[in-house]
Design a protein around this ligand. Sequence first.
Ligand code: ADP
Ligand code: MG
Length: 375
Amino acid sequence: MKQECCKKIRLWGIIFLTSLFFAGCQAEDTSGEYEQETTQEDVQTEKSQSTDTGEIHSYTQSDIAMGTIVTSNIYTTGEDVNSEIFDVLKQVENTYISWREEDSEIARLNASAGNEQGVEISGKLEEMLQATLDISEKSSGALDPTLGKISRLWDIDGENPRVPAQEEITSLLKADGYKNVFCENQKAVLPADISIDLGAVGKGIGCDEVRSFLENHQEITGAVISVGGSILTYGAKENDSLWGVAITDPLSGGENYMGVLYLEGENYVSTSGDYEKYFEQDGVRYHHILDPKTGYPARSGLTSVTIVAKNGLLSDGLSTACFVLGLEEGMKLVETYNAEAIFIDTDQNVYATDGLQDKFELTSKETYHLQELQQ
Ligand code: ADP
Ligand code: MG
């Protein structure tokens, strides 16, 4: 059934869920074989040939935004607006969510920590915070945006990653830190020792913002934007083909894919994995997804979680939360949000929710084994 469905589709656009080591990859399959074409870490713009009708053109651009490699590919009857899409991403980062940007709303909120009056925040940031805190609540704190200080301690994606001393972690670790964030009526209050880091949902928020931009551009008939590990698919390519989203093979260090999700129209897909950002010391891998209960990299028996959800903040937040929770609790959380998921565990078992059974094709069958989910 899955095979049949696959054969019917004539043109695949394969988008790799990117990692730190993978600059972003696209491949098209017109011959039954996937061809991979990687982009470099510098800015690239590429215009493809026009389609049969001569009307829809595709334009691709890769650049750094939101601290990661972004690739934007649009199908349009109009102009190449990829640079505007990059502006949208840079704007949401600088205006709202970057704790590094002094003037961003999050930076101002963090600077106000300890001030009982709190600060005024925009309705937009309030929505982002509320949605993030809702995932924190429903995941029993597996996603905790107040982990910022502990992430800084590890500095896993920075210049000097290191294993902090247990005392350093203990001194900064708060049980259920997210419960101390007050946010209502466009006002937010943080206690003195808390700061917010929206890193676990930021790239998904970027996808949501790009979606709003596309909505105002009727001439864009299809688009696929990959912001690090979060992807937005929108509309269709020419010939109404499906979008193919390749799931990175965690064992390949992000270089290959182990399966492909075939999706129609608008989707938000995010992957969190232990191969994305990490360093090794004494044979142990320390990766960037932390367990808020311990302050150490989460060891839940999973190597990768991919979520398909109704918006980008949700797919990104859930992928991080589910990675921390592990298979059983993670799948319950996915169900709570009516999302879909693919989990890969450390024994190379692969679990897909019902809604993805006919949409996921395992390509690395020698290495990975599809397993039934226990109900
Ligand atoms: P990526 O940023 O590579 O897409 P994730 O979406 O999984 O990966 O987010 C991981 C980032 O979120 C980390 O780099 C860190 O800043 C932050 N983080 C790590 N663990 C958690 C957690 N349990 N809850 C909230 N944020 C986290
Ligand atoms: Mg995430």
